[in-house]
Design a protein around this ligand. Structure first.
Ligand code: DC
Length: 232
């Protein structure tokens, strides 16, 4: 088989299982997995720590001024066998998954200066090929030349149930209704923002996984990725 390293873009709605699929695919193909949602979450954590974002308000100008001090990077973790996000050199994989960050991330991700900085970083990470990157604007803005593009979605309630089950493991007080509301709100903000909105690329392969098992989805993605590798 032709072993030339292609790039794979995976976009879709919040909690549609993109990162689970992207990680499994990267592992199988021996590619690097880049979780761009983690980068926007790390940027949000930065804004929270710097007191630049209150409950539903953001000070865009202050954020723009502080952006030079925001240092987001990835380091490979041998244990998890993946690249993990760091803020100011510190591993933040746990902290970025909190409900507080989830509630504020769409606001922060809508700021053009934040997107500009992170898209630039993402494009540099993809330069050498061999990357599976997931997010909202990967096939449209970050890697429009990616050899394979997937757009993954599922019913909002199916996504909320899956996310709820996951969050309950670490926080038993999580309420299903809060999780569903957060997903619906993020869908709305992610799809309607002016810069880098969630859009399906024209040449994306669409996968609605509401009724599929993880194994079925994985096989679907793998078959399409291998096909593209053969053609590259
Ligand atoms: O994939 P995730 O749920 O961890 O992403 C967190 C948030 O980041 C999500 O609400 C939308 C935003 N995001 C984005 O705007 N662009 C990306 N490429 C990835 C994520």
């Amino acid at each position: 088989m032709n072993k030339r390293k292609i790039n794979i873009a995976i976009d879709g709605h919040s909690s549609a299982g993109k990162s689970t699929m992207a990680q499994a695919l990267a592992k199988e193909l021996n590619f690097n997995y880049v979780d761009t949602g983690a980068m926007y979450r790390a940027a949000t954590l930065f804004c929270i720590k710097e007191r630049l974002v209150e409950t539903n308000e953001i000070d865009t100008r202050k954020i723009e001024a502080a952006i030079e001090r925001m240092f987001i990077s990835f380091k490979y973790n041998d244990k998890s066998e993946r690249l993990e996000v760091h803020l100011g050199g510190k591993n933040m994989e746990q902290e970025i998954r909190s409900m507080d960050v989830a509630k504020k991330v769409s606001l922060v991700a809508a700021i053009p200066a934040i997107r500009h900085k992170l898209v630039d970083l993402q494009q540099r990470m993809a330069q050498q090929g061999g990357v599976v990157m997931d997010g909202r604007d990967i096939g449209t803005i970050v890697m429009p030349e990616a050899e394979v593009k997937f757009f993954i979605t599922a019913d909002a309630e199916v996504r909320a149930k899956r996310r709820f089950a996951e969050l309950q493991k670490t926080n038993p007080e999580t309420r299903y209704q809060d999780v569903l509301n957060n997903i619906l709100q993020r869908d709305k903000i992610d799809s309607s923002r002016a810069v880098g909105p969630l859009r399906q690329a024209k040449d994306a392969i669409v996968l609605d996984n509401s009724q599929l098992t993880e194994e079925e989805q994985f096989q679907f993605l793998l078959i399409n990725a291998r096909k593209a590798m053969e053609q590259a």
